[in-house]
Design a protein around this ligand. Structure first.
Ligand code: DGJ
Length: 733
């Protein structure tokens, strides 16, 4: 038996064994190492996860802990199953075909291959000591982005069904004095509220059981900072997010030895998976990254990775949108929409999106109580059809987009009468409405075909449809399926999302170029699982710029600005009643993918003029904002009434700074900020842009500064009044 020796490093768990070189497996990116160790028949240990480590031989003789009784049983396993001496929450819990509840996984083999110049795949196969059951751990290391994804496949050939009660996508063990967890709670119109807490012994759980719209109340994305609260530009931070649109559970278990175990994956709640011999089950991927330079690098890693690998058209600039919802709601006809298109064209907006209300005849969609499911154009409102409107938009130089909510049905619809068996239901229990609607059962292939058909049918209405907003305004209550067998009801949660993804796949195969917005009542589906099929998400139904500052700040810790739809809406704001200056509303929306969501005819002349100039400006700044690096300068969560961020091009030749005052400071105060991400040796011409008059009174505008000065000494900005803001454009000289 091998004697295993454990090294506890500040950043991560380190272990070694007698035959280190034979058993060591390295999953590496440019700046990160994940080092595993396994010998055939022995446990697979997590040796190290942290800053890139080239020389691993020292593990042999460094400080170690021995467990003389049964040394190998106490190792820091990379993927512990319930069984043997493992007593914490496990990564895997299954019941074998013969009823045995324990599993002891040992290393069997591993393989590594280059997928391409930037990606390496590593698959480590574990097997049960006694049963014909295997676990494949699949890692993909994205070199330049410093992201590692992990997914897990369980399979068996036992003589009967095996039940999976819990199967995590990843299990990480960290060692530090303290662990500071950042996570995001919320609700509709108040999503992604950042909380950072020092973990105490026991288990902290973040989860969703909402089934198919899981990120409004909490998000699976998290960060753990070691030893101190997370800083922007220093300190060790680990981050993860589950690429999954269904139920998830993230557990942070601080054990009696002071180790933190992070278990992340689909939520085991009411979700037993039964597998026959020869069948297998694959988890969604956990997306992981690490930095020893604080949160900022974490965001850069994830933003770069998202744009390159996990977002449709991730490196193409997004058009500026006018969306009809808050400007017209359900009350419009062809003339109203044409007038909005005219105004959009006048502003220089590049895309018009027709939101809810355009469909249903027998049950017209004139409110949220009817019509969902009947995806035929409402002849009364739009007698010439969608094609005519799309053509009209194109004739005015705009692209055209349209809203759908294809997973849903109103009881008052032709679809609900025709296919009551397609509705998600739990036996004979009452159907509980939410926003007057029910959910279609996407575990059923017929429903999958229907939902695909809705998209396909919409696209066939006009070759001029280039954008689809995919909404989902309820989650799952009383889960169950008339399609799934009685003994497979617990597969509902998983199969629903697999069904949804299979529809997304078909859509993307047939319509690779169409832009698709992931809407879901705003903020309900902001996850890497769904995002890879989409171009952007609707960040929140709350369009109040003040609230958006904190929502977008948190969202952008993980997800990039290019995908963050942010619309200027009217004042007073429809969700909050708050009145904010148009410039402030534009400045906030310009930090993401700018759009407008109002009735343009209600703007007065001066407002129209300002909006038109802002649109021209955004087009100029857009490459920096959407494709550059985000640097957070000051958080809206620190309650000092100011916040700021900036974007810098990859070559550090151009930057845009956004600064906001969110309260009244007094007449004399100025806001002092230091910039980040510039080249200290370069010189930049600074201009204040997006001013109300078109000219700047700021004394620092029009001057040249060194990058060093801006980052070390910084700027004093004259924004002390409530809801005042400044946008600065810096260009290398
Ligand atoms: C919820 C979305 O988030 C809104 O933007 C809008 O599309 C409505 N649904 C329409 O019903």
């Amino acid at each position: 038996m091998l004697t295993r020796r454990k090294i506890l490093a500040a950043a991560a768990i380190v272990c070694t064994s007698a035959a280190i070189n034979a058993g060591q497996i390295k999953v590496e990116t440019a700046d990160i190492s994940l080092i595993l160790d396994g010998e055939p028949g022995g446990k697979l240990d997590l040796c190290y996860f942290g800053e890139k480590l080239d020389d691993t031989a020292e593990f042999e003789y460094a400080w170690h802990i021995t467990q003389p009784d049964t040394p190998e049983e106490y190792g820091t396993q990379l993927y512990p199953a319930y069984g043997g001496r493992f007593f914490l929450n496990p990564a895997l819990k299954i019941t074998h075909a013969d009823g045995v509840m324990t599993t002891e996984l040992v290393y069997q083999s591993h393989g590594q291959r280059a997928i391409d110049a930037n990606r390496t795949e590593t698959i480590v196969t574990l097997r049960d000591k006694l049963y014909d059951a295997t676990v494949d751990l699949r890692f993909v290391a994205y070199n330049t982005e410093n992201v590692i994804t992990q997914e897990v496949t369980f399979g068996h050939n036992e003589p009967g069904e095996v039940t999976i009660e819990n199967i995590a996508s990843s299990y990480l063990t960290l060692k530090a004095s303290n662990y500071y967890l950042t996570h995001f709670h919320g609700t509709w119109a108040r999503e992604m509220q950042l909380v950072e807490e020092c973990l105490t012994p026991g288990v902290k759980v973040i989860e969703s059981k909402k089934g198919m719209r899981t990120t409004q109340s909490d998000n699976s994305a998290f960060m753990v900072s070691l030893n101190a609260p997370a800083q922007e530009y220093s300190g060790e931070v680990y981050a993860g997010a589950l690429a999954w649109t269904g139920n998830y559970k993230m557990s942070f278990e601080l054990d009696e030895a002071g180790l933190l175990h992070i278990i992340g994956g689909i939520n085991p709640f009411a979700s037993e998976i039964k597998l026959g011999a020869g069948e297998d089950f694959t988890t969604p991927a956990m997306v992981l990254t690490y930095s020893n330079q604080g949160r900022s690098s974490i965001s850069h890693n994830l933003h770069d990775w998202t744009r390159r690998y996990n977002l449709a058209h991730g490196n193409e600039e997004r058009p500026i949108v006018l969306n009809s919802w808050e400007g017209a709601y359900f009350t419009y006809d062809e003339n109203v929409i044409k007038r909005m298109i005219d105004d959009a064209a006048e502003f220089g907006v590049e895309m018009f999106v027709l939101d809810d209300g355009w469909f249903g005849n027998k049950f017209p969609r004139n409110g949220d109580n009817a019509g969902l499911g009947d995806w035929q154009v409402n002849k009364k409102k739009l007698p010439h059809g969608i094609g005519a409107l799309a053509d009209y938009a194109v004739s005015k130089g705009l692209k055209f987009g349209i809203w759908i909510e294809p997973e849903m049905v109103n009881p008052d619809s032709e679809l609900a009468h025709k296919h009551p068996e397609w509705i998600v239901r739990s036996g004979n229990r009452d159907l509980l409405p939410m926003r007057n609607q029910q959910l279609l059962d996407l575990t059923n292939p017929e429903v999958q075909d229907f939902v695909f058909g809705v998209f396909d049918g919409i696209m066939s209405m006009s070759p001029n449809i280039s954008y689809v907003k995919w909404d989902a305004n309820r989650h799952v209550d009383n889960a169950g399926s008339t399609y799934l067998a009685a003994d497979r009801q617990s597969h509902f949660w998983y199969e629903y999302i697999k069904g949804l993804y299979s529809v997304y796949e078909r859509i993307r195969q047939k319509y690779p170029d169409v832009e698709i917005q992931l809407c879901s009542a705003g903020g309900g589906r902001i996850d890497f699982g769904a995002l890879k099929y989409h171009d952007e998400f609707w960040t929140s139904d709350n369009t109040n710029a003040l609230d958006r500052l904190s929502i977008q700040y948190s969202t952008n810790l993980f997800f990039p600005a290019i995908a963050t739809a942010a619309h200027v809406s009217t004042s007073p704001n429809h969700q909050t009643g708050m009145m904010l200056p148009l410039k402030f509303r534009f400045d906030v929306a310009m930090t993401g993918r700018l759009g407008m969501e109002l009735q343009p005819s209600q703007l007065n002349g001066e407002e129209k003029e300002f909006a038109s100039r802002a649109v021209v400006l955004y087009k100029q700044l857009r490459p920096v904002i959407q494709l550059g690096d985000l640097y957070r300068l000051d958080s809206p969560y620190d309650n000092d009434g100011w916040c700021a961020n900036m974007y810098v091009t990859k070559n550090r030749g151009e930057a845009v700074v956004f600064a906001f005052s969110t309260t009244y400071h007094n007449r004399t105060q100025s806001y002092s900020i230091k910039l980040h991400g510039l080249d200290p040796d370069k010189h930049y011409l600074l201009e204040e842009v997006n001013t109300i008059s078109g000219n700047s009174n700021y004394v620092g505008s029009g001057k040249v500064y060194s990058g060093e000065f801006l980052m070390k000494a910084g700027l004093l900005l004259p924004i002390g009044g409530a809801y005042t803001s400044m946008v600065l454009h810096l260009v290398e000289q």
